[in-house]
Write a protein that binds this ligand. Sequence first.
Ligand SMILES: Nc1nc2c(ncn2[C@@H]2O[C@H](COP(=O)(O)OP(=O)(O)OP(=O)(O)O)[C@@H](O)[C@H]2O)c(=O)[nH]1
Length: 298
Amino acid sequence: MGMFDRLKEGLSRSRQALNEVFYMGGEVDEDFWEDLEDRLVMGDMGAEVAMQVTDDLREQAARDGLTTAPKLREALVARLSREFATAERDPFDDTPSCVLFVGINGAGKTTTCGKLAGKAKDAGKVCILGAADTFRAAAIEQLEVWGERSDTQVITRERGVDPASVCYEVIQQAEKDSADLVLIDTAGRLHTSPELMRELAKVVKVTRKRANMPVSVVLVIDATTGQNGLNQAKEFNDALELDGIIVTKLDGTAKGGIAVAISHDLNLPIYRIGVGEGLDDLQTFDATSFSRALVGEE
Ligand SMILES: Nc1nc2c(ncn2[C@@H]2O[C@H](COP(=O)(O)OP(=O)(O)OP(=O)(O)O)[C@@H](O)[C@H]2O)c(=O)[nH]1
């Protein structure tokens, strides 16, 4: 299956929810516009984006005489893709690079690190995985499994040690091995705990100070958390000044629009998206492809 088909399959639930609006029986009337706005809100795009996108599209439809479903779809795809912040640099392709993964429990940080290590290996890059999640022994083991799977070195320390000291060691090893890509998994935490967020800020600070390569802080967000994901993103961004986000589990939700809301509201680029559990289900984000998969084609 091609990349776009995988993306389309992953976003099928979100698309279904939006799609019905286009069966409007050939008439673009007041109900159509209301329905469109409602569905964009229900897909978790956020009220502000939904209203702005609907208003703009309505204006364009009147100006350019867009009256058929295919034309309106195309215009919606183009309009939605402009909502996403663009990345100046891709921290996984533009190496050498060090990335710290942050996010709440179960968002998909470890899985995403593993998938990215596999892709780096395929691209012929030297990658090192760092297990700075020292809270849970199972988390360290899980990263080790991904390390074996992708034939990538994993730097670990025993449970309970200061995660900042693990990062220090990871960077040291990366220098020794002239690594291209350093991926550091941190412990999942609640964005509502100031103490845990302060600890994470220290991890980021130590890594930035010690590393001799650009360090990016990337938030991994589970799309199924909907609007709550937006709140998480705001808290993490306030505490850590994020560089960008990765949205996972877009395959399990009808609320794929949350990706639009987060990128727009926080002005943060989406580096990758997860549309399934397999290695190939982590895709480089492309605003037009994403919008097309979300809106659907004729
Ligand atoms: N369907 C689907 N499942 C995913 C995706 N990404 C991750 N998962 C699953 O989500 C679950 C949690 O993923 P983890 O990688 O363990 O999450 P984590 O953020 O490291 O969790 P903590 O270690 O508790 O902080 C696993 O069962 C993954 O297989 C995705 O894009 N789609």
